[in-house]
Design a protein around this ligand. Structure first.
Ligand SMILES: [Zn+2]
Length: 468
């Protein structure tokens, strides 16, 4: 054996899996392997070839299961995650007996920490390794510490950047902790970007506005310029429903917003607009031309019955090549991975079809592009960070095992994750966190929700009497 052919040492060798790489050719290895050194992937290929090239310190046997890149959630409000089941599930009940602002107004830093740990564990259980928080966690340092403790990646922004208070949604004006303050918004716009000075940081910074409805054009421009200068994503909520669209159109000159924003140079490939349930004909070409990304939340649009009287346009935009991705948002009645199934069905309901292959791209490569991290994550390729998920195929939900991509995205998306590496570190093994005491974190989450309810003086109504 010559020196050139001696096996190289690597930290981890993942072997014997149905390997979905999501590389440019969408290569899939029926029996593949991935070599990892430090936080990076160093080789990918057929199991026999890779095993012959490396002397691993640790071998992980995928046992014929599916190996895929860590999924990326592009819009997750970590600090309202445990309000689900508490916020009434009848959206039309007015006034709501308990709202999101009732929840957030009673949060302390520790509550944000615990909820973010729960988010992290829940992500890993469903094959997610990154979430983008859209600037609504009051104390980003608490969320960052929690994400790091569980070992997931996160993108954070400074909270509640707004300088206009006349939006149709009353939530921001009832958020007590951060009042609407123009000076503050401009001053702290780039606050979280200091995290990006460390190229190996697990938690990174981006720029987020709370919403177009709460932002002046000056603030939108400052946010876009800041994101451009620092090479990061700029995200904002926009046009949740027709009331939003009407109000926002009026605020920006009467035409349709996206046309106006394009003319004003406010759109670009680093823009990530969230919801966009209302899109008009003349907005379609400017959205496509801008190269921007959209977070589609079909769960919300169905939950709030938003598209009952007009046609949703996002499925059409997906077909026309727009970079559309998913985010769990406030986890009202769903968790990580559910939105893709809901989106698939919502598209069918409106006469469109989104293939499971496309959905796989939306969760990985396309999502990485939307959050500005294409060079780091989103595929299993040499040089990328080792964010790798292994799923068992020894469960009934993924049978018959003929089309693993469809099986794991639709029927088997929940209960199948066994092992996860993030940044080369084994953070989840045999369905359990290796970083934190999972039972203790779950117990802390339960206790934390009770504390918030006690502070708020709210007792959720349950469907039947409970005898204690
Ligand atoms: Zn949101």
């Amino acid at each position: 054996m010559t020196e050139q052919t001696l096996p190289a040492v690597c930290d981890t060798l993942i072997r014997n899996g149905y390997l979905i790489t999501m590389d440019a050719e969408r290569t899939v290895y029926a029996c593949g392997a991935v070599a990892v050194s430090g936080n990076a992937i160093v080789a990918v290929g057929r199991d026999a070839d890779i095993a012959a090239r490396f002397l691993p310190r640790r071998v992980i046997d995928a046992k014929g299961g599916v190996i895929h890149p860590g999924f990326i959630d592009c819009h997750c409000h970590a600090n309202i995650h445990l309000s689900r089941g508490i916020i009434p599930d009848q959206p039309a009940s007015q006034p709501a007996p308990f709202s999101f602002s009732d929840w957030t107004n009673h949060l302390e830093d520790e509550d944000e920490y615990i909820q973010t740990q729960i988010v992290g564990l829940e992500m890993l259980r469903h094959g997610y390794t990154f979430f983008l928080e859209p600037g609504t966690v009051y104390e980003p340092d608490a969320a960052a510490a929690a994400a790091e403790s569980v070992g997931v990646r996160a993108g954070l922004a400074d909270p509640y950047l707004w300088d206009v208070s006349d939006g149709p949604n009353s939530r921001p004006s009832t958020t007590r902790r951060i009042p609407n303050d123009s000076k503050r918004a401009f001053k702290i716009l780039s606050g979280q970007l200091t995290r990006n000075k460390d190229p190996d940081a697990l938690v990174r910074g981006h720029v987020a506005l709370y919403g177009v409805g709460y932002s002046s054009e000056d603030l939108m421009r400052a946010a876009k310029d800041c994101a451009d200068a620092h090479g990061v994503t700029c995200t904002t909520h926009h046009n949740f429903d027709q009331d939003d669209a009407k109000s926002n159109d009026e605020r920006f000159g009467g035409g349709h917003n996206m046309v106006y924003f394009a003319q004003r140079g406010l759109l670009g490939s680093n823009c990530l607009y969230v919801h966009m349930n209302v899109i008009r004909d003349d907005e379609i070409p400017v959205i496509l031309d801008s190269g921007m990304s959209l977070v589609w939340h079909p769960g919300n649009s169905i939950y709030y019955n938003i598209n009952s009287s007009f046609k949703p346009r996002i499925p059409e935009l997906i077909e026309r090549g727009c970079n559309v991705v998913f985010g769990v948002d406030a986890a009202k009645i769903w968790t990580f991975g559910d939105l893709e199934l809901i989106g698939y069905l919502d598209a069918r309901q409106h006469g469109h079809y989104i293939s499971t292959a496309r959905i796989m791209e939306m969760r990985t490569l396309n999502a990485a592009r939307a959050v500005g991290l294409s060079d780091m994550i989103g595929s299993i390729e040499s040089g990328k960070r080792a964010d790798i998920v292994i799923r068992s195929t020894d469960v009934p939900e993924v049978l018959p095992g003929v089309n693993p991509i469809q099986e794991l995205l639709l029927s088997g998306h929940r209960a199948t994750v066994s092992t996860v590496l993030v940044d080369g570190r084994l953070v989840f093994l045999d369905g359990r966190s290796t970083q934190v005491d999972q039972n203790a974190v779950v117990a802390a989450g339960r206790a934390m929700a009770r504390r918030v309810l006690d502070r708020a003086g709210y007792i959720p109504r349950l469907p039947w009497n409970v005898i204690s």
